[in-house]
Each structure stands twice: as C-alpha cells, then as structure tokens.
Ligand binder design. Sequence first.
Ligand SMILES: [Zn+2]
Length: 90
Amino acid sequence: MAGSWASTRLAEGIANQLPNMSALILESVLTCPRCGFTKTETMPTDACQFYYECTNCKTLLRPNLGDCCVFCSFGSVKCPPVQEQRECCR
Ligand SMILES: [Zn+2]
C-alpha cells in the first residue's frame, strides 16, 4: 500500500488596494472680485453653479469666459466635475 498525499496549500494573499478614492474637495472659498469678501461654500457634485450672489455687496457673480461655474472663476477650488476631469455642464 503506497499512499502519498500531496497536500497543496494555496496561500492567497490578495492585497486589495483600492485606487485612491477620488478625493474630491467639496468646499471652496469664493472671493468676490468686487469687494474681496470671502465665504466658504459647499459645492454641489452633480451640478455647476452659474450664479452666485455675494453675501456682502450683493453683486451677482457670473463665471469668467471659459469657466463653467463661479467656483472655477472665483473659488479656491475648482468645481467637482473639473476636479474629476470629466465633462461638466457643457
Ligand atoms: Zn462682494
């Protein structure tokens, strides 16, 4: 009787490394070009904000030519779609 057992052990070491989850910054500091007033605003992730009224001087801000939203023009951080480098509102 010749019995030889070959036991194979598979050691699976799967390192599940998630690709750096898109670290979107959702807060942007808007600076009014007219009075210099700054305010931290939370940006919507699914839409772009075209108009923004300065809480200080009540000026209605609109994006500069070529920018998609007020955050791109006056904010400290670009809007989420631009951060993700995907098509935004155009
Ligand atoms: Zn202002």
